[in-house]
Design a protein around this ligand. Sequence first.
Ligand code: FAD
Length: 303
Amino acid sequence: MKKALLVAECRQGRLVADYAELPGFARALGSESSMVLVGYPEELPRFDGRLHFADAREYGEYNPDVHKRLVLRAVEAERPDYVVFMHSSYGWDLAPRVAAAMRAAQVSEVSGIGDGGFVTGCCNGKMRRTVRPLTPCAVLTLRQGAFHAERGGEPRCLPLEAEKAASVQLLRYEPPAGGGIDLSRAEVVVSAGRGVGRQEHIELVRALAEALGGEVGASRPVVDAGWLEHGRQIGSTGQTVAPSLYVACGVSGAIQHVAGMKGSGFVIAINTDRDAPIAEVADLLVAADLEQFLPVLISKLRS
Ligand SMILES: Cc1cc2nc3c(=O)[nH]c(=O)nc-3n(C[C@H](O)[C@H](O)[C@H](O)COP(=O)(O)OP(=O)(O)OC[C@H]3O[C@@H](n4cnc5c(N)ncnc54)[C@H](O)[C@@H]3O)c2cc1C
């Protein structure tokens, strides 16, 4: 059986919740797994297996040299076939360093497994490609939301140690202007597409999201028009979401949009065009005009 070493992440003293997609990926791959974490979270990851753990209060919350060394220590201990990161800023920065140190193949932003390889997006989401690594161990980063989250019990903790010499020092984190929007963990997403017609109709989409206890998403034209913030864009050049319920309001279902929501559980599309491509990924297509249908639906939900 293949072995995967999963690299969890801690940011500002908190475990980054999408670490749970790493064991989900290992299960989809049919591999055994162990985990490595450099951090000081209030709670350890819930994971059934060995957790190589270094306390970041000693090693620094993020320092590429030191974190690379610690991950490589865990690699030495586990001898995995895959070292797997999430495709986060931590993964973007650290995975190539680890791959270079190991002279291993790296495959970035994996969204699926198939034909003995890994599926990744390319050409800004217009195409997908399947890549088979040819080195004995490969370093992967996983697209957020592409694999099911899986949590286990208490991990078996093994202490990790490494030299602390570093070439850079993390000074601080700063929130982005306007605040970050993270739709990747939303259970319900209601998206506005160009079919909403006018900026005022965004309020209908917002009201539906509120009635369903969800978040508002958007297609690119809606963001380009300035009707919603870029942080809400879903698709190949936006966020990837995997909610239980996705409601696409006036979204045609272009490949670049679908790339960001195809992991959703149940998809409802509201569209005047029964033959819109979104019908191919929707579980339910409501052939209706948004302007007439949404107020009725919202009032029914509220009552
Ligand atoms: C490199 C690149 C990257 C891209 N990245 C992204 C991305 O990340 N995300 C993204 O979304 N797009 C992206 N796009 C754009 C993408 O190709 C599509 O143009 C876009 O997704 C279309 O958005 P839409 O579905 O809102 O609009 P349209 O394609 O114009 O569809 C509008 C839909 O609304 C329906 N409609 C119209 N009026 C009503 C009404 N009154 N009631 C109900 N339905 C109605 C129409 O039938 C139609 O199906 C990218 C494109 C490129 C080239």
